[in-house]
Unconditional design. Structure first.
Length: 143
């Protein structure tokens, strides 16, 4: 079921246009999980680490190097701030109060999360802090 709303410029916004950023963020989360799984599993197999040693999240940083844990840290981040994003987008859809501004803000948030994920998973430098600030601001711009 598509819901259409007209923004102030008169352009009809289709509800599926607002769902697309949500689905993109879900796909990003799945890709980060897959990358995390591949990195960790290959490291554990290569260095013959017993699975039982990884039974507690507190032990993992002691057994796996930081570059192997980067995707795991990013994966955790993808379940923090994006929860607010999902809630706001769903609220806009349910109340039929969405327009071009919300759509642009949603895509801005998703693109900034993609950039943040690339930096955090790849090399995790201080520059990442700047990329973290951008998505923090955008969910609140949805309202």
């Amino acid at each position: 079921m598509d819901i259409n709303t007209t923004n102030t410029a008169g352009r009809r916004i289709n509800s599926t246009e607002l769902i697309a950023p949500m689905l993109t963020l879900i796909c990003l989360t799945a890709l980060v999980w897959l990358y995390m799984y591949i990195l960790r599993l290959s490291y554990v197999v290569k260095y013959k680490i017993a699975a039982q040693k990884l039974s507690s999240p507190e032990l993992i940083p002691q057994l796996l190097p930081e570059h192997i844990n980067r995707p795991a840290n990013n994966f955790k981040n993808l379940f923090e701030l994006p929860v607010i994003f999902y809630a706001l987008i769903l609220l806009a859809l349910v109340t039929n109060t969405f327009g071009q501004g919300i759509l642009y803000t949603a895509w801005f948030f998703v693109i900034s999360r993609v950039l943040h994920s690339i930096v955090q998973c790849a090399y995790n430098k201080v520059m990442q802090a700047l990329l973290f600030i951008l998505p923090v601001l955008s969910p609140y711009g949805c309202c």
